[in-house]
Design a protein around this ligand. Sequence first.
Ligand code: ADP
Ligand code: ZN
Length: 322
Amino acid sequence: MSDRMLLGGVEAGGTKFLCGVANEDGVILDQVRIPTTTPDETLGAASAFFDQAAATHGPLSALSIGSFGPLSLRQTSADYGSITSTPKVGWSDIDLLGHFRRRLDVPMALDTDVNCAAVGELLFGSGRGLDTFCYVTIGTGIGVGLLIGGVPHGGANHPEAGHIRLPRAVGDQAFEGICPFHGDCLEGLACGPAMLARWGVPAEELPAHHPAWAIEADYIAGLCATLTYIVRPDRIIIGGGVMQQANMYAHVRRTLTDKLADYDASVRGLDMSVYVAEPTAGASAGLTGALAIAHRTITRQWPMHWAIGAQQNSVSTLAKVS
Ligand code: ADP
Ligand code: ZN
C-alpha cells in the first residue's frame, strides 16, 4: 500500500452519476455530478474525471462503484460487473466495471446503490453502531440493501427484494401494476411511478388524506414485516422520494405493528420509533458508502475514523456540496 491513498467512488444512478475522490481520511479532494445520458457519454465523462483527478492528486489506489441494477455480481459469471436487464433505455448489458477496468489497473469493487447507501448509513447515519440492518428505498424503484454482520450482503447475486409479491392492500384490487416483468409485484404497485400511474398525479401532489397513503403504507409495512421475519435486522432504514410524504413513517410504523401481530417476544419488544428509521447520512450516502468500500478493498476494514473525525469537506458533508 502506498502511504498516500487516493480512493475513487461512483454513485451510478438513473438520473446522475456522482463521482468523487477522497484521501485516506475521507477528505473529498474532487467530485463531479454527471447526467446519466448514454453509456458512452456518461462513462466517458466519469473516466475523464478520474484521469483528471489522478493528474492532480496522484494515482488512484482503488475504485468502488455503487450502481442501479440489476447487476451481475457473481465473479465467475461471464458478464460479471455488468448492468443486465434494466428498464433504463440503452443501459442493458453494459459492462460497467469493465469500462473502468480497461482504463485503470487498481483494485475495484461493484455493489448495488442500496448496499452502498447502507454502508453510508453505517458510517455516518442511522446505521451507526448496528450489526445487521436493512436499507430500503421507495423512489423511482424499490430497492433493499442488507448489511449483515457488519458487511454488505451478497450471495450468488444481489437480492431483488423490491420485486416480492405481497397480498393486495384493502381497496387496491383493480390496479394491475407497472413492473415490466411482474406487473403487480411490490415495485409494480408501490414505487413512485406506480402511484403516478394509479392516481394520475405524481405522489407529491396527492393530499395527505388521500386513500393512496393507507395503501402505500400497507405495502411498505408488508415489505418491512417480510424483512423482519427473514433478516430480523436491528433496524430498517427507509429512504427515497415517496417517504418524504408527511406522516409516512408514522403510518408505516403503525401498520407494521399490526402486521407483526405480537408474534414473539423479540418482535413484541421492538420500539417502532427506532426500528423504522429515516436515513440520516445525507443525500450522497451512496457515494460515501462507495468510497468506504474502496477503502475497505485496500485495508480490509471500514474507515471508522472517517465518522469520528468528520469535518468540513469530509465525506459526511458531501451532501451539502454536491
Ligand atoms: P430515485 O429513486 O430515482 O433516486 P427519488 O428517491 O427521489 O428518486 O424518488 C422519486 C419518486 O418520489 C417520484 O416518483 C416522486 O413522485 C416521489 N416523490 C418525490 N417527492 C415526494 C413527496 N414529497 N411525497 C411523495 N412522493 C414524492
Ligand atoms: Zn417486478
